[in-house]
Design a protein around this ligand. Structure first.
Ligand code: SAM
Length: 257
């Protein structure tokens, strides 16, 4: 398996119990609504796709107010959790695609007004290829909105994982992204970068579960976590803010003109 599928399948049942994820989803949703309002737009007329939807925390919020929503995720278990929410909320406008998005041919002719990614771009190896596919799937005037952790001197400590664990979790860009990364990424996919700035932070837990470490079932890793560091030594948080656990989340928007 690639794309960290095994890891995300394992994480699916406890994903929604992560307070940092729930808080981040709320911030991301509010930022999307604010961004659209500032542009005089509303979700109600929009066909939306989320790439890397996970359990659907953001997708279901967006689906409630939009015309349709396609949730794409490589993890089958994550999409099962998403469908539980879709059934509970009686959402009739949500469909899923359980594949990595590599070509518009997978979309059966569907095009979108809004495509979003939240904490997923850093899990994608070929971000240029994906952004080109996303650009091709956007309607004229449509937007690609990305939220991910921002690159800075200490951003590599976001995951607190060894190289081996990063590989198992499918993390390809462990430093995150900055505004110049998005300018370049959008530029080569014919998208105009209309926004690239951080507006809020994500507070990461001290004991993030990691691949290869047994979970206690509630998202806490065992106290012997450092024993798995494989000679990399103890790593220490280098986030921003008082607790050093805070990481800025960059929000970038690319417009299809
Ligand atoms: C860190 S999680 C974020 C989930 C969700 N967006 C959230 O914020 O709760 C990353 C998600 O992206 C999925 N993923 C990883 N690589 C992917 C790819 N190439 N295409 C689609 N989904 C992918 C994983 O299965 C996982 O559900």
């Amino acid at each position: 398996m690639s794309h960290g599928e095994e890891w995300f399948n394992e994480m699916a049942s406890t994903w929604d119990a992560k307070p940092e994820i729930v808080a981040n989803t709320k911030n991301v949703h509010a930022q999307i609504i604010k961004h659209l309002e500032e542009r005089g737009q509303s979700l109600s007329s929009m066909d939306v796709m989320e790439v890397g939807s996970g359990t659907g925390l953001l997708s279901t919020l967006l689906a409630k107010d939009s015309k349709s929503l396609l949730a794409v995720d490589t993890s089958e278990k994550m999409l099962e959790r998403l469908m539980d929410k879709v059934k509970e909320s009686n959402l009739g406008n949500v469909s899923t695609l359980n594949e990595p998005l590599v070509s518009v041919d997978q979309l059966g002719g569907r095009t979108f007004d809004l495509i979003v990614m939240c904490l997923t771009l850093h899990h994608v190896d070929d971000i240029q290829g994906l952004t080109k596919t996303i650009s091709a799937a956007l309607n004229k005037g449509g937007q690609f909105l990305v939220f991910d952790f921002e690159k800075f001197a200490g951003s590599k400590s976001f995951h607190q994982m060894t190289d081996e664990q990063l590989k198992a979790a499918g993390v390809y860009h462990d430093q995150g992204f900055d505004a110049s990364d998005f300018e370049a990424l959008f530029g080569q996919a014919n998208l105009k970068c209309i926004h690239a700035q951080s507006h809020f932070r994500m507070t990461m837990p001290d004991n993030m579960p990691k691949p290869g470490e047994q979970s206690e079932g509630h998202g806490h890793s065992h106290a012997h976590a450092h024993a798995h560091a494989h000679g990399h030594g103890h790593s220490h948080r280098q986030g921003m803010g008082e607790g050093k656990n805070e990481y800025p989340i960059i929000f970038a928007a690319g417009l299809k003109e």
